[in-house]
Design a protein around this ligand. Structure first.
Ligand code: TNX
Length: 544
């Protein structure tokens, strides 16, 4: 009971133990039984009636969303939950109480599937407990996304934000606009040099995309595991891949674009004109149809260079027609228009904080303040729901140590302890502001995450700390480290190539000075600069 991650609200041990045997069956309403059987798939539990079953599920509407109680006696296990997510989490807790062998993909012979008796009463402090995956800069095949969902689920994390579109690649099939995946999903090469160096490229094509059926599969796989997929189509900036496919959507007529082969901010921007809105509406409709349920869709809004809008007579005239004073207002208007369009489809918009700074957001739009707590607080004070996503300490593309042994990261340093100490809703804020914070999300930007192995290394165990904070609501207690050490054995059994607490394994090391340049980008310096930028609507960011 004392080694669960995330820490449950209440857990008490009792004498004795319960043993799962090959015949153990689960009884209760199907929508609660199925999630428990899925969480404990390794045990291959049967379904039974109340007389024969030794695991019994009951629905308790008094328990809130995602909440459960779990009572383990010597003869039976009783689970109460208010919804399928709660039932699933009861199953995940049971899995952690079993031997670590429960985290393998099959039950190996010779394991005794015994859990100690006791009682758990549990519910999450925050409703948004997320991970963001950038599949644009470096594509991750579907199998990696599904595996990520498994890993989120076992940490009781419940949002997967998929960054599907950026300058370096468009990652989704479109039947309405097929050039998006035919042209926008690949680039001829990728930059290998660092900033301020003479550019060099690898000469290797890079690409990939999910079909709409893949997206449907990802969504359904996630839903069965209490995870909501939050797709992101980042506009109007970060638009090189879209414009490579459909240059006519751009702000500069006749300008040709290619899928970007380097990092940083590009001036490629969509025109904020009705044709672009129609285009995006068609893309949103395809996403919504594929996923079925889309409670949230992220429309980006970050890092837009608006110069091309001012240079275009047509866009200036359109802005005047709308009665808007500045390109910043037009940026705000455009995102508002998209959010309204999503609202008509029953979907809430999510934006990066630039869109809040621009103004004009719908009140129900969710704000992700990546540039820090100050802008997050302003968004909360303005009545927006806020999901904490600050660079420090939630950008997991930053390295965990300023050491030449670390593999190449975008900057440094963000440690497990930094994440564990994070306060999503700071105590210094007013109660009304704190109440607007619905959770947190860690970001896995992928400029320096080329594959699934690197993803494992960046995501875990910092993701375990994020799970702890988002489930319990505040900084982790000191004993967290002890629990984490035991939890890592579960990740070993699962096959996760996480970063060991003591540092990288020999084959995880960066290879010395060429791949690692300590101090190139310091996180504190980044935070100082991005925070300053939130004070102006012009969101251009220093390149990294
Ligand atoms: C900032 S956060 C970005 C991303 C980069 C990331 C690298 C945000 C909205 N923009 O485009 O990938 O930094 O850490």
């Amino acid at each position: 009971m004392d080694h669960l991650i995330p820490r449950p609200r209440l857990a008490e041990s009792a004498p004795g133990s319960f043993a799962f045997t090959p015949g153990t069956a689960v009884s209760g309403p199907t929508d609660l039984v199925d999630p428990v059987r899925l969480a404990l798939a390794v045990l291959d539990l049967g379904r039974g009636d109340d007389a024969s079953a030794r695991v019994r599920m009951t629905r308790d509407p008094a328990l809130g969303p995602e909440a459960y109680t779990l009572t383990i006696g010597e003869d039976e296990v009783l689970i109460a939950a208010g919804d399928a997510a709660g039932a699933f989490y009861a199953g995940q807790t049971l899995r952690q109480l079993l031997p670590v062998e429960a985290f393998r993909s099959v039950a190996l012979p010779g394991t005794e599937w015994r859990v100690s008796c006791g009682r758990v009463e549990d519910s999450p402090a925050f409703s948004w407990r997320g991970a963001h995956l950038d599949v644009s800069r470096n594509f991750l095949p579907k199998r990696e996304v599904l595996r990520m969902i498994d890993l989120l689920a076992l940490h009781k994390l419940n949002r997967l934000h998929l960054h599907l579109a950026d300058d370096q690649g468009w990652r989704l099939e479109s039947r309405a606009y097929p050039l998006l995946h035919e042209v926008g999903s690949h680039r001829t090469q990728t930059i290998t040099s660092f900033y301020h160096e003479e550019p060099t490229y690898d000469g290797v094509p890079h690409g990939g995309y999910y079909t709409l059926r893949d997206l449907a599969e990802i969504g359904a796989y996630a839903r069965a595991r209490a995870v909501t997929v939050v797709p992101e189509i980042d506009v109007p900036g970060h638009a090189s891949a879209i414009l490579a496919a459909y240059p006519s959507l751009g702000a500069t007529p006749g300008e040709r674009h290619h899928v970007l082969d380097r990092w940083g901010i590009s001036p490629a921007i969509l025109a904020p004109l009705p044709g672009t809105v129609d285009f995006l509406a068609a893309v949103f409709d395809e996403i919504i149809e594929a996923l079925g349920e889309v409670p949230y869709l992220h429309i980006g809004g970050d890092e837009c260079v608006l110069d091309a809008w001012e240079a275009s007579a047509e866009i200036r005239a359109y802005r005047a027609e709308l009665g808007l004073d500045s390109p910043g207002d037009l940026h705000a208007w455009f995102l508002r228009r998209l959010a309204d369009l999503l609202a008509e489809r029953g979907t809430r918009a999510v934006v990066w904080d630039e869109a809040f700074v621009s103004g004009m957001l719908r009140e129900d739009t969710i704000v992700m303040p990546w540039r820090g707590a100050a802008v997050g607080r302003r968004a909360a004070a303005a009545g927006h729901e806020v999901v904490a996503t600050p660079v420090f300490p939630l950008y997991f593309d930053y390295g965990e140590a300023a050491s030449a042994e670390e593999p190449l990261a975008i900057g440094e340093t963000i440690t497990v302890a930094d994440v564990a100490a994070f306060e999503p809703a700071p105590a210094t804020w007013a109660d009304a502001e704190r109440a607007r914070v619905t959770g947190l999300q860690f970001q896995l930007w992928s400029e320096r995450i080329p594959d699934g192995r690197t993803l494992d290394y960046r995501a875990w165990p910092r993701g375990c700390a994020a799970a702890e904070v988002s489930w319990t609501g505040g900084p982790a207690r000191p004993e967290f480290t002890e629990r984490l050490t035991r939890h890592l054995e579960r990740l070993d059994a699962f096959g996760v190539e996480y970063r060991p607490l003591a540092g990288p394994r020999p084959w995880q090391r960066g290879g010395g000075a060429r791949r690692h340049r300590p101090g190139v980008i310091d996180i504190q310096e980044v935070m100082r600069r991005v925070d300053e930028m939130t004070l102006t609507a012009d969101s251009t960011r220093p390149s990294m």
